[in-house]
Each structure stands twice: as structure tokens, then as C-alpha cells.
Design a protein around this ligand. Structure first.
Ligand SMILES: [Zn+2]
Ligand SMILES: [Zn+2]
Length: 423
């Protein structure tokens, strides 16, 4: 069995189930049940087990930390963009911002899914604000200053970290982490108030809801790929994106004439863009700016600027290369979108959402124009508007160790694609 990040229990048979943190899919190896989980308040939370069992007379509390996992991008003036995986945590209530950091989630120890509403929800800071803070902390470790940086493709959930409450007569209580650092943390009056708020929370009635993993259209079982953000029904050919409370039909486009059984389709987000102030109005001028010596089709003068970005996770370096290469080929993307496809393609999983991909557009553009200083400088200041987007499934042929794009010839190592399903 693969190393699990968290454990939960099967609501059907009670068996322990391995889960990826933040993943709404549960599949039980004992009773074969496959379920989709809807967490209370839309956020998954997990209890971190204390490093040692607290004694029964010890008073303990759990403080929520935002946990983020995603890609960190740093775009530089002179050298190549660096990208790396980040896995980081930040105390979630603003008032506890100064608490020691949990560190990387995989090193934390046993983590168990909390089926109830997490404590202190009303005190939590907004996750995107918390992410900015976490990012700033990572930036402090670097000496060079990038022209643009950020974390994208993040998955946010809450880790509930255990603390012992130490009370001394007549004084404010202190906290001692029951994990990692052992030093006492003295609380100020605001923190003391927040602590009593956390402790006061009565048990909430709302729990995780479990929905059967079946296609809303035809009732067939949907495949349960851990960490998938959208699932393809192998019976009716519809793609369902996994919302926080239900499945949404996802329209997609596919070159129907080119489906062969030996092909694998990789999903991409196809964006139509409007970029102001660069003199790049259409797909033709966009392509000419990248390759001044090449002649794109005249018809591209009537098409908007467009980029394609993988809808699947892959190591950051390849993700970036694939986005820039696939966006700068003369490939024609299948037009229009439909709800289903007559022939059911072999589809690699979608585990990178439209929103996550949209966040990476500027990075991809900066990389495309890495040798064009003037355009890059303008790109940093100019607004890039998304005028439209759709999911496109592009055909790849299986080679010895790689998938090769049928139209553009772009190769992707199969091993990297497989690893990406675990990111
Ligand atoms: Zn079960
Ligand atoms: Zn179906």
C-alpha cells in the first residue's frame, strides 16, 4: 500500500481508509465502497496526533493551521524561472500568528480526518491571505529578488495541532505544543480570549456528508482516482468536475476524428486572452512575437491570443515546459465544446483546476517571452484578461518511455506523468 497522508474510517463498514489530505474521494479496500465526501463548512480538517499520549489530567486543545501544498514559481530577469513544490503551514487564527510552525505535513506524523466542523471557524483568517504570508516567509529565505513570484495550484485544508494548556494560579495560561517544539508559549490577553473561544465550541451537529460516487447522468460507477479534480464516466462519456458539494458537468472539446484506442488523451485548459498595451491583438501577432521568423496561418489574424496549460499535475519544470511548448506550436485546437464524446477516450486524470491554471497564465506568458525584455517588462504591468476557457483533450501516442503529442510532436516522460498523480 502507498504511504497515506491521513487516515479516516469507512462509513459503511468502519474499516480504516487511507486518504490524501484535502482529497474528497474515499475508497474502501474492504467493502469496495467508493464515496465522495462533502466536508462541513466546505473545508477538510485533520487531527494531528500528539507525539506522545497526553496524560488524562492534562488539559489539551487543538489549534487549526492552514496547510498549503502547491507549486512555487519565481520568475527572474536573467535566468530561467525556478519552480518547486511547497508544502507549508500557517496558524489559521490571526491572533495565533506567532505560534511555531508545524513544518512540512509529510513529516508531521499521524493525521486523522475530522468528520466534524473544525473548531474556531469564525476566527480563521482567509486562506489566500494566509498563503501570502506563507509565501513571504519562503521568500525571506532567498537572497535574489524575482520579478514575479507566487504559489499556485495550492490545495488548502486545516491541520488541527494539539497543545497542552498549562495553567498557573492567577496567571494567564500558556501553551505547550504536543508535537515538535517543547518550549512554553505565554499567551497575551487576546490569545487567552481566543483560546477560551476555541475551548467553548460545543460539538456541532454537522458532519461530513458521504455521497455515492456515481455518474449523475447515467448512474454508472465513476472511477475513484485519488486527488482527481474531475472524473470521466466510462459509460456515458461525460466529465464531472468535483465541486465542494456536488458534481458539475464539464464541457470539453476533443478532436473526435482522431480517437484511436492506442492513444491517451491528456487534458489541458485552453484559454482565450486579451492582453492590453503590448501590440499583441490576435493569435497571429502573438505567434510572430514568439517566432519572428515563422509564418503562422493568415486565419490566425481573426483568432484571439490563446494559451494551453496542463489540467494535470506534473513536476513543476515539466509543467512549465509543456505549457509554453504546447502554447507556441501551430497546432489547431479542436473547436467548440460538448457534454460528451461518442467514442470514450482513454483520459489521463484531471487534477489541476481551471482556477489553478488561470493563476499560472502570466508565468507562462513570461516564460514564452523569456528572450524579449521589452515585452516581459510590459507584461509585468499590463492586465491579462481571460476572455474564455475550455477543457481540451489532446491526443498523445505511447512511445517507449514517453507520450508524444500527435500533432506537435511534444514528448512527455510517462514516469513524470505517473508521479504527477501523487502530487
Ligand atoms: Zn468499507
Ligand atoms: Zn455516465
Amino acid at each position: 500500500m502507498k504511504k497515506a497522508e491521513a487516515t479516516g474510517s469507512c462509513p459503511q463498514c468502519g474499516a480504516p481508509v487511507a486518504l490524501a489530505i484535502g482529497d474528497p474521494l474515499l475508497s474502501c479496500g474492504f467493502c469496495r465502497t467508493k464515496l465522495y465526501m462533502v466536508p462541513p463548512a466546505g473545508v477538510f480538517s485533520y487531527f494531528l496526533s500528539p507525539a506522545e499520549e497526553p496524560s488524562p489530567d492534562q488539559e489539551t486543545c487543538f489549534i487549526p493551521y492552514w496547510r498549503f501544498r502547491g507549486f512555487k514559481f519565481r520568475v527572474h530577469e536573467q535566468k530561467n524561472t525556478d519552480c518547486s513544490l511547497v508544502d507549508t503551514t500557517v496558524p489559521a487564527p490571526e491572533v495565533f500568528a506567532g505560534l511555531p510552525l508545524l513544518g512540512m505535513a509529510p513529516q508531521l506524523g499521524a493525521v486523522r480526518l475530522n468528520p466534524e466542523r473544525p473548531p474556531g471557524l469564525s476566527m480563521l483568517c482567509n486562506p489566500s491571505k494566509a498563503l501570502k504570508k506563507a509565501d513571504a516567509r519562503i521568500e525571506m529565505l532567498h537572497r535574489d529578488k524575482p520579478v514575479l513570484e507566487g504559489i499556485m495550484g495550492e490545495n488548502s485544508s486545516l491541520i488541527l495541532a494539539p497543545f497542552e494548556i498549562v495553567r498557573n494560579n492567577g496567571q494567564r495560561p500558556s501553551l505547550r505544543p504536543l508535537w515538535g517544539p517543547k518550549a512554553l508559549i505565554h499567551l497575551d490577553s487576546r490569545q487567552e480570549e481566543a483560546l477560551s473561544h476555541l475551548m467553548r465550541q460545543e460539538r456541532q451537529a454537522d458532519c461530513i456528508r458521504f455521497l455515492p460516487l456515481i455518474c449523475p447522468e447515467c448512474g454508472a460507477d465513476l472511477p475513484a482516482f485519488p486527488r482527481a479534480k474531475a472524473l470521466l464516466c466510462r459509460v456515458c462519456g461525460r466529465i464531472w468536475s468535483l465541486g465542494t458539494s456536488r458534481f458539475f458537468p464539464k464541457r470539453f472539446s476533443i478532436a473526435a476524428d482522431s480517437i484511436h484506442m492506442d492513444m491517451i488523451f491528456l487534458p489541458f485548459w485552453h484559454f482565450y486572452l486579451e492582453i492590453a498595451g503590448l501590440g499583441i491583438e490576435d493569435r497571429y501577432s502573438f505567434f510572430r512575437q514568439i517566432f519572428p521568423y515563422k509564418n503562422p496561418p493568415e486565419t490566425w489574424k481573426d483568432e484571439p491570443v490563446q494559451v494551453v496549460i496542463p489540467a494535470f499535475k506534473i513536476n513543476p519544470r515539466l509543467f512549465f515546459r509543456l505549457a509554453t511548448r504546447m502554447s507556441s506550436t501551430t497546432t489547431e485546437f479542436p473547436p467548440g465544446a460538448s457534454d460528451t464524446s461518442e467514442t470514450i477516450p482513454r483520459l489521463h486524470m484531471v487534477n489541476f483546476t481551471l482556477e489553478e491554471a488561470a493563476d499560472s497564465i502570466r508565468m507562462v506568458l513570461l516564460d514564452l517571452f523569456r528572450n524579449r525584455k521589452r515585452i516581459r517588462n510590459l507584461l509585468l504591468k499590463t492586465p491579462v484578461k481571460v476572455k474564455g476557457s475550455q477543457l481540451v483533450l489532446l491526443p498523445f501516442k505511447k512511445g517507449h518511455r514517453e507520450y508524444v503529442a500527435v500533432r506537435s510532436g511534444q514528448a512527455v516522460p510517462i514516469a513524470a506523468i505517473e508521479l504527477g498523480t501523487k502530487l
